[in-house]
Design a protein around this ligand. Structure first.
Ligand SMILES: *Cc1c(COP(=O)(O)O)cnc(C)c1O
Length: 330
């Protein structure tokens, strides 16, 4: 398990590369819940998600030789953006491997952040094989999206900010997929306040960590299209860090439906004026859907804003898009 000092070290390292994002009260939600509800506006982070914290820390932890050889990832989402951005800022070569199926807008998003894109094969597995080849043949370093000590410590810096910005909080609602975010945040928050409750929120359609907790070991579950696309994917059958950390430190995991996610995206927009992606909406969805019953001030982490704006417009117009058609992944 990681030590709290690794989170402090991460903050010292990444200080200038990431924003300290605002925490502000959500009046409408507070009224509905009957308790103060605070929003951690991490969707306003550079690159549009908290992933920049972990990626920056992982890159800064490399020695000079590893930096010279560069980094590689197969992520086309928020982690890929974060690695691309941090690498450019630090003058490190970054290669993002993608399959032919990845839509052009995602390819361009990563390219415009300065990374090299390598398009190989027809699946995410093909892209990952190219990553493995670059690690083996070119000595590049793979930066994992969640199951990595430096990545977790970097995400933990968000927890430090929460505890400074609202030390009297009793409950944290954190979007949960591979568990890098919640592991780092729980480590920081529980070190500073052992009584704080940390609740993970996943989507019903593919809650891999919840299924793994139930089985008491990492399990694979079927991946389904969801509005919370940044929460997709498994936790890795050979999980090294996050499964044990979630088991040890997360008090509860709850899930929300696609309708509840769509409704939460609307709440964020109409009540709070915030554009957030589906993965970032799950905390609001859990509160609004009474999946959690807090007894004191709550912080909801809004983890990202990278949603297709056509899709966002349809949701704002009142729809729960037909995710089964794959529209959410457009
Ligand atoms: C990656 C991501 C998450 C989930 O983080 P994990 O560390 O995989 O649990 C949540 N929200 C957004 C916007 C993300 O990009």
């Amino acid at each position: 398990m990681l030590a709290f000092t690794q989170v402090l070290e991460a903050r010292r390292r990444i200080g200038d590369l990431v924003l300290r994002t605002p925490l502000r009260e959500a009046a409408g939600l507070s009224q509905r819940v009957g308790l103060p509800v605070w929003l951690k506006c991490e969707h306003q982070q550079i690159t549009g998600s908290f992933k920049l914290r972990g990626a920056s820390n992982a890159l800064l932890a490399l020695d000079n030789e590893a930096r010279a050889r560069g980094v590689v990832t197969a992520s086309t989402g928020n982690h890929g953006r974060a690695v691309a951005f941090a690498a450019r800022r630090l003058g490190v070569r970054a290669v993002v491997c993608m399959s032919n199926l990845v839509p052009a807008n995602k390819v361009e998003a990563v390219q415009s952040l300065g990374a090299e894109v390598r398009i190989v094969g027809q699946s995410q597995d093909d892209a990952q094989r190219e990553v493995d080849r670059l690690v083996a043949d070119a000595g590049m370093t793979m930066v994992p999206p969640f199951d990595d000590a430096n990545v977790i410590a970097g995400q933990g810096t968000l927890g430090l900010e929460l505890m400074e910005q609202a030390p009297d909080t009793t409950v944290l609602l954190i979007p949960l997929s591979g568990g890098g975010l919640i592991s780092g945040v729980a480590l920081a928050a529980k070190t500073l306040n052992p009584d704080i409750r940390v609740i993970g929120v996943s989507m019903e359609r593919g809650a891999a960590m919840q299924a793994s907790l139930g089985a008491r070991h990492p399990v694979e579950i079927e991946e389904l299209p969801t509005l919370a696309d940044s929460l997709g994917g498994g936790i890795g059958l050979d999980n090294r860090h996050t499964f044990a950390m979630v088991q040890a430190m997360v008090d509860e995991v709850v899930t929300v439906s696609e309708d509840e996610i769509a409704e939460a995206i609307r709440t964020a927009y109409f009540e709070e004026g915030e554009v957030i992606e589906g993965a970032a909406a799950v905390g609001i969805a859990a509160l609004a859907g009474r999946k959690v019953r807090p007894s004191g001030p709550v912080i909801v982490v809004l983890s990202g804003r990278n949603i297709d704006m056509q899709l966002h417009a349809r949701i704002i117009g009142g729809a729960t898009p037909d995710i089964a058609s794959g529209a959410a992944h457009a």
